[in-house]
Write a protein that binds this ligand. Structure first.
Ligand code: M6R
Length: 617
């Protein structure tokens, strides 16, 4: 949710931090702030609004300090105000702290601190934590136990905290030092040339270094200008592992596109190629995955699958359910991760558990993974961000390899998840009763997806013209059946999140059970219309809408003959294998939402109230 940055080095920290915050802004964008240690004190600037608003204020203050922290906020506790923006400063003026997460027991701690004379300027849980560190620091001086006092006071404060956090802390008595810690909020230490950077994700630090240490839950890092060390909350030493980021700064830049969402839609052919690369068996009849840590014999023992995810990734799981049941004949259950955690769902002993998450940091999905592991299940993850919490905690998994996804609305990560779901269905199908020939055809179809997507993307101007005609609608329905029902859900979600138009997704035949009441000439329906056995049924649903004067937009496969005059708009997609149809149908749905949002003047990369990675429950 929020984005965190820290810098310890020889350069002026503020400008490096502001630049990093610009790259992190997709994580939260309602306020921002920066603080540096200089002249024996803390100099800071923080403002409600986008990073640019705060950057202007910071530029006027001519910060010179070489140790600093910065934050971009997605509000949890307290409204969007300058006072609630981070960094927070302790009331004794000694500490500056930034935080991503939620301190659940903040009100008890606040009461206690008030009795000790600490005062508060904001409504946030973060300011409480900052003062708790100050309180322990004051005690630590008295105890004088020989440890680094900054590190010790942060560690002791965190032992009293319930909830989640990624934090970074500065203290005026320790120029050139910073302490950071995490529990369920991502934190990465970048090891640069004579400098260290801290960030919630790699995009913030990749311009300065590709060498990173992924901090784990319950770890604290103490950074100085000369080195860093990691300990646990229980004071055990940790040997750091330095990893190398494989993607480059160019992958996190616009490269000539107007928005990240547009870029990510148009780079899908390449992204899908990257997802597939090296993942087909030599005989060309099945998929293969390197990191599942499960043998074919173990997969044969599985007689049920469970999937958990949130949002768009949950839609991808619904498609996987359809394809696995259809091609591998294994029952699949899909749950919202947030529901699964608290639902006490009975899982069979031979159930294989999957979680799907682009970021690998979604707290609900991480919670579901932990709950499943706690009850003894083996959990596999489909995930994009290398080194994420979910990737590290899963028993095995498949990386999506689509590079950083920065637009808040997921696009390339979604189609890559659809592709991997289709590949898992193939793999399981070939372990059961899918024939060699059917496997070969399936593989050929998957290999052809990038070209099909390229073909659809060429039709973007037509979709943009359609979008212009419907951009003023206040309600939309998205309707599809079977494997395209989740794409209808995804279409509705995409449109809602970036254009703020009310939209609902339904199985097409369900409209007569209620949603048809919404139909007027002002409520367009987007139908996903594949050729095949349900074609006539979908046409009947379209007739029902048309009879009530509802505008009809058909996304239909080539060769399907729609009755003349039934659809007001037709967007064609290539006829293709069932396993790739959901991917192919997703592209016009993404483009339609994108162009409608653009037409309405919305900020598609940073839609209101949203953040890219949801790390609070
Ligand atoms: O990173 P994750 O895949 O776990 O994220 C899950 C959802 O928060 C995410 O898909 C969200 O729904 C997107 N904004 C959809 O575009």
């Amino acid at each position: 949710m929020c984005g965190i940055v820290g810098y310890v080095g020889q350069q002026k920290a503020a400008s490096i931090i502001v630049e990093a915050l610009r790259r992190l802004e997709y994580r939260g964008y309602d306020s921002a702030g920066v603080a540096v240690l200089q002249d024996g004190g803390i100099a800071f600037a923080k403002k409600a609004g986008r990073v640019e608003v705060m950057a202007k204020v910071a530029a006027q203050r001519h910060f010179t300090g070489t140790t600093g922290i910065g934050h971009t906020r997605w509000a949890t506790h307290g409204g969007v105000t300058d006072a609630n923006a981070h960094p927070h400063i302790s009331s004794d003026g000694k500490f500056a702290l930034i935080h991503n997460g939620v301190i659940e027991n903040y009100s008890q701690i606040k009461k206690f601190l008030l009795t000790k004379g600490y005062t508060f300027l904001s409504e946030t849980d973060t300011e409480v934590l900052c003062n708790l560190v100050a309180y322990h620091y004051a005690k630590e001086i008295a105890d004088n136990n020989g440890h680094n006092r900054l590190l010790e006071s942060v560690r002791k404060a965190l032992r009293h905290v319930e909830g989640t956090y990624g934090i970074a802390v500065l203290c005026v008595d320790f120029p050139g030092e910073m302490v950071a810690a995490r529990k369920a909020s991502p934190l990465i230490l970048g090891v640069g040339d004579g400098e260290y950077l801290l960030a919630s994700d790699a995009s913030a630090l990749i311009s300065r270094t590709r060498n990173v240490v992924y901090l784990k839950d319950g770890e604290l890092v103490h950074v100085t200008t000369a080195n860093f060390s990691i300990i646990t909350l229980d004071q055990a030493d940790v040997s750091p592992v330095v990893d190398r980021i494989t993607w480059s700064i160019a992958d996190a830049e616009l490269n000539g596109y107007g928005t990240f969402m547009e870029k990510e839609i148009f780079e899908q052919p390449q992204a899908l190629e990257n997802t597939m690369r090296g993942r087909f068996a030599e005989d060309g009849s099945t998929a293969q995955f390197g990191g599942l840590n499960l043998s074919a014999a173990e997969f044969r023992q599985v007689d049920r699958l469970a999937f958990c995810a949130c949002g768009t990734a949950w839609h991808a799981c619904l498609v996987a359910e359809h394809l696995i049941e259809r091609f591998a004949r294994l029952p699949v259950e899909v749950d919202y991760a947030s529901e699964f955690r608290y639902r006490n769902s009975p899982l069979d002993r031979r159930t294989l558990f999957f979680v799907m998450s682009q970021s690998g940091e979604t707290i609900d999905t991480l919670g579901a993974l932990r709950e499943a592991k706690r009850t003894g299940y083996r959990v596999l993850a489909i995930n994009n961000v290398v080194g994420s919490s979910i990737a590290r905690e899963a028993d095995g998994g498949i990386y999506q390899h689509v590079g950083p996804e920065i637009g808040v609305a997921s696009t390339k990560a979604f189609t890559s998840q659809l592709l991997l779901g289709a590949m898992v269905a193939l793999y399981l199908g070939r372990l059961r009763d899918m024939s060699f020939n059917d496997g070969v055809q399936y593989v050929e179809a998957l290999k052809g997806v990038p070209d099909l997507v390229r073909q659809i993307l060429k039709g973007a101007p037509h979709i943009q013209a359609v979008a212009k005609r419907y951009a003023k609608a206040t309600d939309f329905l998205f309707l599809g059946r079977l494997s395209l029902f989740p794409i209808a859900l995804e279409g509705a979600l995409k449109l809602k999140e970036i254009s703020y138009i009310h939209a609902e997704g339904y199985p097409a035949a369900e409209i007569k059970h209620g949603p048809i009441a919404l139909i007027t000439d002002k409520c367009p329906s987007v139908f996903l219309v594949p050729k095949g056995e349900i074609f006539n049924k979908i046409v009947s649903s379209m007739q029902e809408i048309k009879a009530r004067k509802g505008p009809v937009i058909a996304i239909a496969t080539e060769g399907s003959e729609l009755p003349p005059g039934l659809a007001d708009e037709v967007i064609r997609i290539p006829d293709c294998h069932e396993a790739v149809l959901p991917i192919v149908a997703s592209i016009p749905v993404q483009l339609l939402s994108y162009y409608i949002a653009l037409e309405r003047g919305c900020d598609v990369d940073k839609p209101r109230n949203l953040a890219k990675s949801v790390t609070v429950e």
